[in-house]
Write a new protein. Structure first.
Length: 407
């Protein structure tokens, strides 16, 4: 899903959609406008792809339609559509979910995401039973507590423990309360730390924490070290001082892996100019969020400086041909400018984000962009793009969907 083959990653099996005319046509601005203006059609119940679609549509952006004048008249219609989608997802999940992988505790690709989004949608609709999916979400803590609960790697963002913590962070932000107990949060953080320590020792790494996903030692935001460390920093106060020190050592180790303002997808790779990836999922536009969080926690200027270098590289190389999305598309690149605007207050970053947004509507983009498989997807499709365009209208509240550093 992220510009590199990831064996057996469920997100790489996305289906086509009617909006893409069977997936053969390039992305077009009218399609994007139609996505902004219309609620999605209800998905078929128990469809294999339903959970992914629901995770990728309106529900996560409830504050946006609530706060943005453009969406206010349609807010109730969007919420009703969101409920149709999320109800189907909950039924699917309670019916057993995916049969070929344990994605019960996955945030972006499975059960934790379904229950988190359901709680947000039901709460926004004023439904009293929003507590039920919250209870289901809490129960998943036991699923991801065992050190190696997933064979492919138990700690990354999309299916692993970092994702579960990320979901809890979103719920805390949107509901205004901590949904996990301190003991639950500490147990998940300790499992991530212990898993990383054991892997680093086993592989004789000269640094304290490392992880792999399907046998690859990723560094970037999608499946790699940076988003795992970002989540540990998001729960910094729950870590013991010795573990806090291990996290900082790992952050500084990752900072040392920089190659001309970018990072290779895998540990130890050398970036080749012709194959350089400048995506949220792999590279500077995603790793920037770790250094933003590190700066916000520590106030050390070197982390902000690194983040700014990520933004400069993205300005030079971030107009991608892989679609409009936030994973490895134009909106994902542009979000780093909105992050930098919030960190620095410098309006040049608004200018840059606006130019990237304009590019989405050009003939050059339309002609050169890759066709989409998962048109509704939050990460690969238009949903994330809509979030970005919405955030452009309110840059003081902008944040990469479900991945805030400001909680
Ligand atoms: Zn990607």
């Amino acid at each position: 899903m992220c510009g590199r083959p990831v064996p057996a990653d469920p997100s790489s099996r996305g289906r086509g959609s009617s909006l893409a005319a069977g997936g053969d046509e390039p992305v077009s601005p009218p399609s994007l406008v139609s996505v902004i203006q219309q609620p999605p059609p209800p998905p078929p119940p128990f469809h294999r792809d339903t959970a992914r679609r629901a995770n990728g549509y309106w529900p996560q952006r409830l504050p946006a339609p609530k706060a943005c004048p453009l969406f206010a008249p349609s807010r109730e219609a969007y919420l009703r559509a969101a409920r149709r989608v999320v109800d189907a997802c909950v039924r699917y999940q309670e019916g057993g979910g995916e049969t070929d992988a344990d994605t019960r505790a996955a945030f972006l690709l499975g059960g934790a995401g379904v229950y988190a989004v359901a709680a947000l949608v039901y709460r926004a609709l004023g439904l009293p039973d929003f507590a039920r999916p919250l209870g289901k979400f809490r129960e998943l803590c036991e699923v991801c507590a065992p050190l190696s609960f997933l064979e492919c790697g138990s700690d990354e963002l999309f299916v692993g423990r970092a994702g579960y913590l990320c979901a809890a962070l979103v719920l805390k932000q949107r509901l205004g309360m901590e949904v996990l107990t301190p003991a639950q949060i500490k147990s998940i953080c300790l499992a991530i730390l212990e898993s990383g320590k054991q892997y680093a020792v086993k592989k004789r790494k000269p640094f304290p924490l490392m992880y792999s996903y399907y046998g690859t030692e990723y560094l970037g935001a999608a499946h790699g070290l940076s988003s795992i460390l970002q989540m540990l920093l998001s729960y910094y106060e729950y870590l013991q001082p010795a573990d806090q020190e291990l996290v900082w050592q790992s952050v500084d180790f990752l900072m040392d892996q920089e190659q001309n303002s970018n990072w290779p997808p895998e540990l130890g790779e050398t970036i080749e100019r012709e194959n350089e990836l400048v995506h949220w999922c792999h590279g500077a536009p995603g790793i920037a969020y770790l250094f933003a969080k590190a700066y916000l926690v520590s106030k050390k200027p070197q982390y902000l400086d690194t983040c700014i270098r990520c933004g400069e590289l993205t300005w030079q190389k971030g107009l991608l041909k892989k679609g409009p999305g936030i994973c490895h598309g134009v909106a994902g690149s542009a979000y780093v400018f909105l992050l930098l605007y919030r960190l620095t207050g410098n309006s040049k970053y608004i200018y840059r984000a606006q130019r990237f947004a304009e590019f989405l509507f050009t003939e050059e983009f339309k002609a050169g962009s890759r066709a989409l498989e998962s048109v509704y997807s939050l990460y690969e499709g238009f949903s994330g793009t809509v979030c970005f365009l919405t955030d452009l209208l309110q840059p003081n509240q902008a944040e990469f969907p479900l991945f805030s550093v400001f909680v």
